[in-house]
Design a protein. Structure first.
Length: 298
C-alpha cells in the first residue's frame, strides 16, 4: 500500500532507502497485507465469483452464479503450459468449504469437493445452435483436404438455411440498438400518461364533490360517450303545448257530472216540468223483490 499512496507518507527518522528499500520492507509487511498471510504456503486470498449455479453439500442450499467469496487461490498443476488453479472458499450459509478447480482443456471449472453443480445443460442441436468444432475435426480439417472440402460445403448449406433467421435477428437487434432514444420515448410516453391520469383523477374528485358521492368513479369509455350522445334530457312537450292540450280537454268535456245530470232530471219530473207524466200505480201491497225469496200466505 505504500507505493500506491505516494503522498502523505510518514518516513521514520531511522529509515534508510539504501538499506530498507521501501516502507513495506521497513515494517516487514507485504503490499497485499492480509491477502498474503498464507503466501508462504503458495496461497493468495482473492475475490472469487461463482462461475455457475451450485448446491452446497453442507446446508443443501442453492448458491447462484455470480456470488462472490474471499477464496484461497493455489496452483496445483499445469495443463501443458497453462497453470491449473484451485480455489477454496467457505459457504456464506454454513461452515462447509467448497473447492473449485480450473479446467483449461474444456475452458470450464470443475467442482473438487463441498458442492455439486446444478445441471442446466442441453443439446445445442435442439436450440439450432452452431456446434463448435471438436479437436478431432480440427485435426482432420488441417490434414484431410477432402474432409475440409466436404465440411465447407456442409457449412455453406447450414449458412443458407440459417440466413433468413439471422436476418430477422439482425433486424430486431438494429431496432433496439438505439437504447437511449427508446428510453427517452418511453419515459416521455410515461410522463404524458401520468399527466392524463392526474387530470382524470382531479376531474373525478371534483365531480364526486359536486354530486356528494363517496364511491369511486370508473374511467369514461368510448361506449359511454356514444350512449350519452343518444340520450335527450328534455321534456317531450313544451309548456305552451301542455297548456293548449289542457284547455282543449276542458272545453270538450260536459259541464255537469253524470250523477248531477240524473238528479236534475228527477227534480224536473217532480215539479211537473218534464215532457210526460209517469203512469200511476194501483193501490195494493208493494211488489216483492224477487231476490229476497219472501212468500206471502192468504
Amino acid at each position: 500500500q505504500g507505493e500506491r499512496k505516494g503522498t502523505n507518507k510518514y518516513y521514520p527518522p531511522d529509515f534508510d532507502p539504501a538499506k530498507h528499500g521501501s516502507l513495506n520492507k521497513y515494517h516487514h509487511s507485504h503490499p497485499l497485507r492480509e491477502r498474503a498471510r498464507k503466501l508462504s504456503q503458495g496461497i493468495l486470498v482473492i475475490r472469487f465469483e461463482m462461475p455457475f449455479n451450485i448446491w452446497c453439500d453442507g446446508c443443501q442450499n442453492h448458491i447462484g452464479m455470480g456470488v462472490r467469496y474471499n477464496a484461497e487461490k493455489k496452483k496445483v498443476g499445469n495443463y501443458y503450459t497453462t497453470p491449473v488453479y484451485r480455489f477454496r472458499m467457505k459457504c456464506h450459509l454454513c461452515v462447509n468449504y467448497i473447492e473449485l478447480q480450473t479446467d483449461p482443456g474444456n475452458c470450464d471449472y470443475v467442482i473438487v469437493s463441498g458442492a455439486r453443480r446444478k445441471e442446466e445443460r442441453w443439446d445445442p442441436q435442439d436450440s439450432a445452435q452452431v456446434l463448435p468444432t471438436t479437436a478431432e475435426q480440427r485435426e482432420r480439417l488441417a490434414l484431410d483436404p477432402m474432409f475440409r472440402l466436404e465440411h465447407g460445403v456442409t457449412d455453406r448449406g447450414v449458412l443458407e438455411r440459417a440466413t433468413p433467421t439471422l436476418t430477422r435477428l439482425q433486424e430486431a437487434q438494429d431496432a433496439w440498438k438505439d437504447d437511449f432514444g427508446l428510453n427517452s420515448r418511453l419515459r416521455r410516453r410515461f410522463r404524458e400518461e401520468k399527466k392524463t391520469l392526474r387530470e382524470e383523477e382531479e376531474e373525478a374528485a371534483a365531480l364526486r364533490a359536486r354530486a356528494g358521492l363517496s364511491i369511486p368513479l370508473l374511467r369514461e369509455e368510448e361506449e359511454d360517450r356514444r350512449l350519452a350522445a343518444l340520450l335527450t334530457l328534455r321534456a317531450p312537450d313544451s309548456y305552451e303545448e301542455k297548456q293548449r292540450l289542457k284547455r282543449s280537454e276542458i272545453s270538450q268535456r260536459s259541464w255537469f257530472a253524470p250523477g248531477t245530470a240524473r238528479a236534475a232530471g228527477g227534480t224536473l219530473q217532480k215539479l211537473g216540468l218534464g215532457a210526460g207524466r209517469a203512469p200511476r200505480t194501483p193501490p195494493g201491497p208493494p211488489p216483492t223483490p224477487a231476490g229476497l225469496g219472501i212468500v206471502r200466505r192468504r
